[in-house]
Design a protein around this ligand. Structure first.
Ligand code: FRU
Length: 491
């Protein structure tokens, strides 16, 4: 048997052997993509190909740690029903012996082509990085390019932390943006170009730590992405090594963006400040694609590097992906909304209008559950604080708290009493206006909160007891009018 089939079979055996254990977990999500067993990290190769959406992911089938990485594969006609189509890439070749690392996908004249990083570690733990191609006609079965790797190691002036190619085509030329580290150990994003996906030339540095006003901005930039949005260019990066600053950058690593204009000749991008894409606890390595409706779609890893102790690990799996979001640009700020298609999952609507809440905490009949969407519009009166508690237990020992603090002008997510798993608080500035809108997606063990039609998003995993289903709505020191609340269970 060849090495590729051997590695594929080993992984399928692991999936089969763990199936019952994994599926016995209450925390398996109902409408998010997850690994069938083992660990999922970055989304890879997000693309619409021949009318179907594909998303691949970094996959370690043999444990919930960051071991030997494969590419797992999901595809979908509608961004909500996803088919697990098995494994796309196994690390069978010399240039990827320690993992098929992150990358992207392009449609090269009807051939679905993956561009990814082959990771190799020698016996001293030193790393080599190789950029590689794999091709598929049917979008399911991939064959590695015979002359891989197409890029051997990094250009001069950079270390071997050189990975995560994202490729796109513009005016008949292929461009690649790739994460890098300068020899001074500063994070970089580099631009390369090619006529055929096989021979690549360096164009230049797009941006990096201590460039364009990004002072002290990390020792490595992972998973860059670059695309046009509303006539501007948006560069997404996942920098490692940015220090916390008040409420900002509190996760181990961040993911965010800058907006500006890329000069395709020099490779340099003039841009503004870095803004975090998500304000919650688990969000990393987002990737985007454009679809035939012209939408710029984003999906991210609902997890973080170095978080390997979630309560699901005892059931043989860890991490998941976010729901897909659509990006828009409003005054140089990226606005993120759940894709319209999510509405097709709605059932069992319960609504209330104009509920006055005056320095109290209320419950509303049939507003409860563990797999739901809520849309709520609060008319702000004189309350100093107002918000909601989800996944409340009857004995009040468990709750996931979210509120707007008008004195601080901060939205707060507090998972200190959420149940099992990591704890903590995340906050983000929101202007104090007459109205606050929340669009909440709760799955058995995840929470995505879209504030004011996508102005900010908080994404987190939480692990409450399966009996903790209560929802409370409150206002402190004054009143609010809950103008409208709609709750749907999600299929
Ligand atoms: C980001 C990352 C990438 C790398 C992959 C390996 O989470 O470290 O830089 O390609 O994960 O799984």
């Amino acid at each position: 048997m060849n090495k590729n089939n051997e590695l594929m079979n080993k992984a399928y055996d692991a999936i089969q052997n763990n199936k019952d254990l994994v599926n016995s977990d209450y925390y398996r999500l109902k409408y998010h993509t997850m690994p069938p067993t083992g660990l999922l990290n970055d989304p890879n190769g997000f693309i619409q190909f021949k009318g179907e959406y594909h998303v691949f992911y970094q996959f370690h089938p043999f444990g919930t740690n960051h071991g030997l990485k494969y590419w797992g594969h999901y595809k979908s006609k509608d961004l909500i029903n996803w088919d697990d189509t098995g494994i796309a890439l196994a690390p069978s070749e010399w240039y990827e012996s320690h993992g098929c690392y992150s990358g992207s996908a392009v449609d090269d004249n009807g051939i679905l082509t993956l561009v990814y990083t082959g990771n190799v570690k020698d016996i001293d733990g030193n790393r080599e990085t190789y950029q590689c191609l794999a091709m598929s006609k049917d979008g399911i079965n991939f064959e590695k390019y015979k002359d891989n790797p197409v890029i051997h190691n990094q250009p001069e002036g950079y270390t071997r932390h050189f990975r995560d190619p994202k490729v796109w085509r513009k005016d008949g030329i292929w461009y690649m943006i790739i994460g890098a580290q300068s020899i001074k150990e500063e994070g970089r994003a580099l631009l390369l170009k090619s006529e055929n996906l096989k021979n690549w030339n360096l164009v230049g540095e797009v941006s990096g730590s201590n460039i364009n006003g990004l002072n002290d901005f990390g020792f490595m930039w992972e998973c860059p992405d670059l695309f046009e949005l509303d006539e501007k260019d948006v560069l997404i990066i996942s920098p490692q090594g940015v220090k916390p600053k008040g409420d900002l950058y509190n996760n181990i690593y961040q993911s965010g963006y800058v907006v500006g204009k890329l000069d395709y000749e020099s490779g340099n991008m003039k841009h503004g400040e870095f803004i975090e894409l998500d304000r919650g606890f688990e969000f990393y390595a987002p990737q985007t694609t454009i679809d035939d409706k012209g939408r710029r779609l984003l999906i991210a890893w609902m997890g973080l590097p170095e978080e390997e102790e979630h309560p699901t690990t005892e059931k043989g799996w860890i991490h998941a992906m976010t729901i897909p979001r659509v990006l828009e640009l409003r005054e140089n700020k990226v606005i993120q909304k759940p894709v319209e298609e999510m509405k097709k999952l709605r059932k069992d609507l319960v609504s209330y209008n104009n509920v006055e809440i005056n320095d109290e905490e209320i419950t509303l009949e049939n507003i409860s559950g563990d797999v739901f969407e809520i849309e709520a519009t609060f008319e702000v009166k004189d309350a100093k604080k107002f918000g909601m508690k989800l996944r409340c237990s009857k004995d009040l020992s468990e709750e996931t708290l979210m509120y707007y603090d008008r004195e601080d002008r901060k939205f707060v997510l507090d998972r200190n009493k959420s149940g099992k798993g990591y704890k903590g608080i995340r906050k983000c500035y929101i202007e104090d206006k007459k109205e606050l809108k929340l669009n909440i997606f709760m799955d058995t063990s995840s929470l995505e909160i879209f504030i004011n039609d996508g102005e900010e998003v908080f994404t987190s995993r939480i692990y409450p007891d399966k009996e903790s289903l209560g929802i409370k709505i409150f206002a402190n020191e004054g009143s609010i009018n809950l103008r409208e609340i709609n709750k749907w269970n999600l299929k």
